[in-house]
Ligand binder design. Structure first.
Ligand SMILES: [Zn+2]
Length: 246
């Protein structure tokens, strides 16, 4: 029964994440106006707002103007409840379960913002560090599978990787790294998962990124020189790490 409540909570939170990801970057209040179609601005009724089911019933289009609802919103609505469920199976109802669930929600939110606007702000990244701070606190009280040092080494490894990639851009491409702010989440993810964890996150993220990139370029859905958003791949990596290895 608990699992069912967790899945239902996941569906509602996923829907809220989608709304936040659209509104926050555009400076729209998160309470007013009530849910609306971004294209025709028609206010959406309850039948349009059931997570997953509405998307499927309307074949991914607005009931009123027919504009296509971005596919990534469906992916988040499916992933959040699934991730909640498997985290619950792995960690039970615990502070670590809540922390990791929060971390996944933040990463899904950042992924939607990254795909949509390609601009993730410093406050958005701060939300990941909040999860990292919680993991460090929990490790200090012995509530995590590893000691604090394990997580701190993860953060150092993440920071070193970010430092190296910034240095490569600076010295090889002779420009100050701009727009690479999203990489600042890597040390925080290292703090959340530890040294081995951050390696898994990056390998899983890079594997998915490469696979998807090759497929999309092969079918000519995107141009080869297009900048890919990074955060969805890191979100995928963190989910893999938390569900399979943590
Ligand atoms: Zn519409």
């Amino acid at each position: 029964m608990t699992a069912l409540y967790i899945i239902l909570a996941g569906l509602c939170i996923a829907s809220f994440i989608g709304s936040l990801a659209y509104r926050v970057p555009r400076g729209i209040s998160i309470v007013k106006p009530p849910s609306f179609c971004p294209s025709c601005e028609t206010r959406l009724g309850p039948a349009d707002l059931v997570p997953v089911a509405s998307f499927v019933a309307l074949l991914g289009r607005c009931r009123h103007c027919g504009v296509r609802i971005p596919f990534q919103y469906l992916v988040v609505e499916l992933c959040v409840p699934a991730v909640f469920f498997f985290l619950y199976r792995r960690f039970g109802i615990s502070l670590l379960f809540l922390t990791y669930s929060y971390l996944c929600c933040v990463m899904f939110y950042l992924s939607l913002v990254d795909i949509d606007t390609a601009h993730v702000g410093i406050w958005d990244i701060g939300a990941v560090y909040l999860a990292a701070a919680a993991v460090v606190c929990l490790s200090a009280f012995g509530k995590t599978p590893h000691r604090s040092g394990w997580y701190l080494f993860g953060a150092l490894a993440g920071a070193a990787l970010v430092g190296v990639s910034y240095a490569v851009v600076f010295f090889v491409k002779k420009r100050i790294p701009m727009g690479g702010g999203d990489l600042l989440v890597v040390p925080a993810l290292g703090l959340c998962t530890g040294l081995r964890g951050i390696v898994h996150v990056l390998i899983a993220g890079a594997a998915l990124g490469t696979l998807l990139g090759v497929v999309l370029i092969t079918v000519r859905a995107v141009k080869a020189d297009r900048k890919f958003p990074m955060l969805p791949y890191l979100a995928f990596g963190i989910v893999i790490e938390l569900l399979l290895f943590s």
